[in-house]
Design a protein around this ligand. Structure first.
Ligand SMILES: Nc1ncnc2c1ncn2[C@@H]1O[C@H](COP(=O)(O)OP(=O)(O)OP(=O)(O)O)[C@@H](O)[C@H]1O
Length: 273
């Protein structure tokens, strides 16, 4: 569990790792279990008010980090300190599909131990920002992905946390709503000094919005620096990958994945005389 501390830093990660288990069934229905590092030995410090763009190719570990930063998932190794309330804004997280939009707001508020009056204020903010009209009375399972994103984004904004973790949330909404969210996030950055982690595959968007870049590849932190420097280096890597033949790329990715696997420990055998 991430500890809450008071300091100039919003987040301090010290050699953190996240391990997942993969289960494969072979054609004889035997299950083969493999453990691998979704993130390995990642250390960084983020100051309060910093706006960090997280870059990396598919499967590199960005969403895993976003779940750790938001306290939804727990680290397996290392230590992590979080100073402030966090909220994850992602395409589908945190919404209960069988509940209506309004019930989701109540559920989230109750989960956070908020008073009735505060939940009412939040509900009004969500109604204003999400612009979902009568759909707020419908179960979320009937929403399109863009509508879920509108609801999730609006709830997180209304909760007004100290640390925002935005994971590809703008990629499914329509352009109008994405612009409205970006405008609001710029306000959070410039006027409210919020700490923001921003995951996006759009380099121009990351370059424009963030000041610090964090590049994660194969579960490892490759670089953390000024946003332009990290975007340039990452773009060079993407070009290098794109220049490979299909076969080269397959071998390259397989090797990269093998490095993340954890060798199973040899089983102890008991020998009887
Ligand atoms: N719950 C899980 N169980 C097992 N493996 C998982 C789980 N969640 C993610 N993974 C694996 O962990 C690795 C990192 O995944 P993650 O979603 O963090 O990548 P990402 O950088 O966000 O990728 P993308 O850009 O495609 O969204 C991937 O190999 C993924 O398959």
């Amino acid at each position: 569990m991430a500890k809450k501390v008071d300091s100039e830093y919003a987040v301090i990660c010290d050699h953190i790792s996240k391990i997942y288990t993969l289960r494969n069934k072979d054609n004889q229905h035997r299950t083969d279990k493999k453990e691998f590092y979704a993130l390995k030995d990642v250390s960084f410090k983020t100051k309060k008010g910093e706006v960090v763009g997280i870059l990396g190719t598919n499967g590199s570990g960005k969403s895993t980090l976003s779940l750790l930063l938001s306290g939804i998932s727990e680290i397996n190794e290392g230590t992590m300190q979080i100073n402030g309330e966090q909220a994850l804004i992602a395409i589908q997280t945190g919404l209960q599909m069988q509940l209506t939009g309004l019930e989701n707001i109540d559920a989230k508020g109750a989960l956070m131990g908020l008073r009735k009056k505060r939940i009412e204020e939040i509900t009004n903010d969500v109604i204003d920002f999400a612009e979902l009209g009568d759909f707020l009375y419908q179960p979320v399972k009937k929403y399109s992905s863009g509508m879920k994103s509108r609801l999730g984004f609006s709830i997180s904004l209304a909760l007004n946390p100290d640390i925002f973790i935005v994971d590809e949330a703008l990629s499914v909404g329509d352009k109008g709503f994405a612009k409205k969210c970006m405008d609001r996030m710029m306000k959070l950055r410039d006027e409210e000094g919020k700490t923001i982690f921003f995951i996006s595959h759009s380099l121009p968007q990351v370059r424009e919005f963030c000041r610090t870049g964090m590049w994660i590849e194969g579960g490892r932190l490759i670089e953390i620096d000024d946003i332009d420097k990290v975007c340039d280096d990452y773009a060079e890597y993407v070009d290098f990958m794109n220049a490979m033949t299909k076969k080269q790329k397959k071998e390259f990715l397989e090797k990269k994945f093998e490095k993340r696997l954890i060798e199973p420990k040899p089983k102890h055998r008991l020998f009887h005389r």
